[in-house]
Design a protein around this ligand. Structure first.
Ligand code: PXP
Length: 249
């Protein structure tokens, strides 16, 4: 049975749209844990467009499940990971202009530096996962780095047309098989939704799915009615209080 890592980047996206203090992703991480999240995932991007350093520091202190830090393989991020020691680091490719992570890492193309980085993180007691496309060539390169986990990129499956989805699912299933025969543990994520998650969750050997956008979208749907009704009650029946200065003297 796969476990669920909840990615809370989109909570931070809403906060950063106003550069204010709400919604605070740290609060929502705790709510996600109350809802049964087996882990909390955040992506600290080089441009800090959503998650901030302060978020990761606080999450490290309060998350009681597992903290998975997605990051690019850069010296800056390595230093942060070694200082904060998340339970897991997931190395992802990062391009400044992308809206979200667009594909898996090219592990074969940067084998030596990745191997060295994986070694340093693992020596510090941090689990390391590499976010890759479900291709034998990439999975073999992952094994050669010494990483224990891979996260299979499910974005292509998620975006595939209805008629192509079985083919993309078969690729993920085969990728999971190849990874496990190489001794790697298998997670997956990106683009999964309430509609398309089940076939991926049922892939043999799947350990954890990292899911963000669709959960935050669903939370708006199931929570918006109450949020509006609470605000309407305040607007219709405001407190009148001389301390506010909203009553005539
Ligand atoms: N896994 C990785 C490596 C990601 O980069 C992301 C997006 O930040 C996710 C999982 C979650 O993707 P989504 O928000 O589409 O569920």
């Amino acid at each position: 049975m796969a476990s669920l890592g909840v990615n809370i980047d989109h909570i931070a996206n809403v906060r950063q749209a106003r550069r204010t203090v709400e919604p605070d992703p740290v609060t929502y991480a705790l709510l996600a844990e109350l809802g049964g999240a087996d882990g909390i995932t955040v992506h600290l991007r080089e441009d800090r467009r959503h998650i901030q350093d302060r978020d990761v520091e606080l999450l490290r202190q309060v998350v009681r499940s597992r903290l998975n830090l997605e990051m690019a393989a850069t010296p800056e991020m390595e230093a942060i990971a070694l200082r904060l020691r998340p339970d897991m680091v997931t190395l992802v490719p990062e391009k400044r202009e992308e809206v979200t992570t667009e594909g898996g890492l090219d592990v074969g193309g940067q084998q030596a530096p990745l191997q060295a980085l994986v070694g340093r993180l693992q020596d510090a007691g941090i689990g390391v996962s590499l976010f890759v496309d479900a291709e034998a060539r990439q999975l073999e390169a992952c094994q050669a780095t010494g990483a224990r986990w891979v996260e299979l990129h499910t974005g292509t499956y998620a975006e595939a047309s209805w008629s192509r989805q079985p083919l993309e699912l078969a690729r993920l299933t085969e990728g999971s098989f190849i990874a496990r025969s190489l001794g790697l543990r298998v997670n997956a994520g990106h683009g999964l939704t309430y509609q398309n998650v089940e076939p991926v969750a049922a892939i043999e050997g799947m350990e954890e799915l990292n899911i963000g956008h669709t959960i935050v979208a669903r939370a708006l749907a199931v929570g918006l009615q109450q949020a509006v009704s609470e605000m309407r009650a305040l607007v219709q029946n405001p407190r009148r209080d001389p301390l506010f200065g909203n009553t005539a003297p």
